[in-house]
Design a protein around this ligand. Structure first.
Ligand SMILES: Nc1nc2c(ncn2[C@@H]2O[C@H](COP(=O)(O)OP(=O)(O)OP(=O)(O)O)[C@@H](O)[C@H]2O)c(=O)[nH]1
Ligand SMILES: [Mg+2]
Length: 637
């Protein structure tokens, strides 16, 4: 065997905490290398190509782009840099892990003001575990509140700390390399980078990204391969094309793959079949185009494999050598997703309603989303779906809603485990930044959610940073309350902390629900009569049904009300505008807010037009019976 090198190629992933500027930096890299055709009109955050990503302003799926670099550091001809843009939100950690399986190194972005945050630690740990070299990029040096010197030293401490932690389990880990990580300073948005440290709040002293390209070419190794080995290519991602059907994204490790060639497809269960590659596509900037062949180190897409999934191998039919499976961390949050069982189901024609359709859609999601699991709970029309976090699950539901599904979604729960007879639940490591004045309130809020404070630092800028270990359960619905409490100024970031013993009961909502006691249409008269004691999620004209949650009580218990009451007709004339003026506007809850609001005995009805909270048991009498039984049980404990 002889080790050979693809010196015309680099594969690099950009990793960071959420919002530290990865996607914006990739924009600048694409623009500065003239990767687009002349007619292409570049916009912001081009890699965030799906609708939800654009709406929410965050990256959800890891994606690859290819940059053709022929700048001043490409001394021996043009170099293709495959860049994987990864999501920074902790719920999509599975995407990062998969992205790392394609690359030979990472650029770790750290915001010049926020510094390393929980997800920075998570992605860096994964990169070090995979022995990937790191280039540190301190981004957004232009931020007026930048604190560059501290952020560099915090990042270096994190690197060293992680490297020495991991050293025992990963003896090959190069501690020395972790100590000498190159640092680049940048403002990704301005497309400027430099090796020299700028003043806090100012631009780097150089107005292009050349220093970053130089660092990538120097410190991220070119792919190496065995020039006698047969074809080995790993499926690292999936995509679909309207003309070609399913596409499998491959990283070729050894050998060559050609269009029209027959390859051995090794499935997860070990089954091997010979299949023809009907199409082979390379990437240039944001487009894919057909090509004849690809070699070691290349990242390409292939068509012709109808139900291929992530982690499978394409190999040489005469010498099949499967690559190891791609593993991701276990899911921590679950919820049930099933067909819509509300009285208002199927009001609009063409909605996808049947159990069969829901199940097929969930199965399809599993294929492309390695961090989700679907568990059969012995119910013909609902399933338990497990994922990394609430947001990951809410996004699946939101996508299904937009595709025309009507669903019934249960309250998010944690996935528990039995460890030597005891129940264990997932915990999170929570980092909080708040203005000093909210310190007391926030600590109290977390104490009520069974959080344990690990550290507290006062930066001396009027802001404090606190770190907590808290049960994942305690964070369900936490964000809304936290933001209200800190008047929107607080920043909270959580990341998995593994499993510990069950923390006991946690009360996450103090106020009871207001429930409609009958079907009908909401009237302004009924709302005005009741609004003193409760706040509403419905408006006049909305349709309601018995058991539907229509508002929040100011007291802790639930209350059934008639929201359809009509004003008795009198001889006095009254204009409708008078009535509407005295009405407090209703609160419109988003899907995520509904999921957070729902209690154990409630669930969320999702249709393409509406999201409603409802009682699992709709019938008022039956519900009252259960409540009194529970009260008796509590009293006897
Ligand atoms: N001041 C400043 N802001 C920046 C810079 N780069 C990006 N931003 C802003 O930071 C925000 C987040 O940018 P994104 O590029 O979406 O961040 P991201 O890391 O891709 O976020 P996720 O993919 O969701 O983790 C946007 O509002 C950008 O305008 C920079 O160099 N300076
Ligand atoms: Mg992004």
């Amino acid at each position: 065997m002889a080790v050979a090198t693809r010196s015309d190629l680099r594969n690099v992933a950009i990793v960071a905490h959420v919002d530290h500027g990865k996607t914006t930096l990739v924009d600048a890299m694409l623009k500065q290398t003239n990767s687009f055709d002349a007619h292409f009109s570049a916009e912001d955050r081009m890699m965030d190509s799906n609708d939800l990503e654009r709406e929410k302003g965050i990256t959800i799926l890891a994606k690859n782009t290819a940059i053709e670099y022929s700048g001043k550091h490409a001394t021996n001809g043009p170099i293709t840099i495959n860049v994987i843009d990864t999501p920074g939100h902790a719920d999509f950690g599975g995407e990062v892990e998969r992205g790392l399986s394609m690359v030979d190194g990472v650029v770790l972005l750290v915001d010049a003001s926020e510094g390393p945050l929980p997800q920075t630690r998570f992605v860096l740990r994964k990169a070090l575990e995979a022995s990937l070299p790191v280039v540190l990029l301190v981004n957004k040096t232009d931020r007026p509140d930048a604190r560059i010197v501290e952020v560099v030293s915090e990042s270096q401490d994190l690197l060293l700390g992680l490297a020495s932690d991991l050293h025992e389990d990963f003896p090959d880990l190069d501690l020395d390399a972790a100590l000498h990580v190159p640092v680049v300073y940048a403002s990704g948005r301005a497309g400027a980078a430099s090796h020299t440290q700028p003043e806090n709040g100012s631009m780097p002293d150089n107005d292009d990204l050349e220093p970053l390209f130089e660092a990538i070419l120097q410190h991220i190794p070119a792919p190496t391969y065995d020039d006698e080995a047969p074809l080995q290519a790993h499926v690292t991602n999936l995509d679909a094309s309207p003309f070609l059907g399913r596409l499998a994204l491959l990283r070729v490790f050894n050998g060559e793959i050609k269009k029209g060639q027959t390859v051995a497809w090794v499935r997860h269960n070990g089954e091997v079949s010979n299949v023809r590659v009907t199409e082979l596509l390379k990437t240039k900037a944001l487009e894919r185009f057909p090509t004849e062949s690809a070699g070691p180190g290349d990242i390409v897409a292939v068509a012709g494999f109808p139900d291929i999934t992530i982690g499978e191998t394409l190999a040489d039919p005469d010498d099949v050598r499967p690559l190891p499976a791609i593993t991701v961390d276990e899911p921590a949050i679950s919820m049930t997703i099933g067909t819509n069982t509300s009285p208002l189901v199927g009001k609009v024609k063409g909605h996808k309603l049947t159990a069969r359709m829901v199940k097929d859609r969930l199965d399809r999601e599993l294929v492309g989303n390695v961090s989700l699991k679907v568990v059969d709970i012995g119910n013909p029309d609902s399933w338990e779906v497990q994922g990394r976090g609430e947001l990951a699950l809410a996004i699946l539901v939101e996508n299904m809603r937009r595709e025309g599904f009507e669903l019934n979604v249960g309250k998010p729960q944690v996935v528990v485990r039995k460890v030597s007879g005891k129940t264990h639940e997932p915990y999170e490591h929570l980092t909080i930044d708040v203005p000093e004045e909210h310190l007391g309130a926030v600590t109290q809020l977390l104490a009520s959610r069974k959080g344990r404070m690990e550290s507290m630092v006062n930066h001396g800028t009027g802001w404090v940073r606190m770190e907590f270990v808290v049960p994942s359960r305690g964070l369900i619905g936490f964000r809304t309350e936290f933001l209200t409490m800190t008047r929107g100024t607080g920043i909270a970031n959580a990341i998995s902390h593994g499993y510990e013993e069950w923390a006991g009961q946690i009360v996450t909502r103090q106020n009871g629900s207001i429930v409609s006691d009958r079907s009908g249409t909401v009237t302004p008269f009924a709302i005005i009569g009741l609004q003193e004691r409760m706040s509403f999620f419905v408006e006049p004209g909305d349709e309601v049904y018995e058991g539907m949650v229509i508002g929040e009580n100011s007291r802790s218990d639930d209350m059934d009300v008639n929201i359809t009451k009509e004003k008795k007709l009198t001889n006095m004339r009254q204009s409708t505008s008078d009535t509407f003026e005295s009405m407090t506007p209703s609160r419109q809850l988003s899907l995520e807010e509904c999921l957070e609001f729902a209690r154990e005995d409630e669930c969320v009805e999702v249709t393409p037009e509406k999201v409603r909270i409802r009682k699992v048991v709709l019938d008022q009498t039956e519900r009252a019976r259960t409540t009194s039984r529970l009260k008796k049980q509590d009293a006897s404990v």
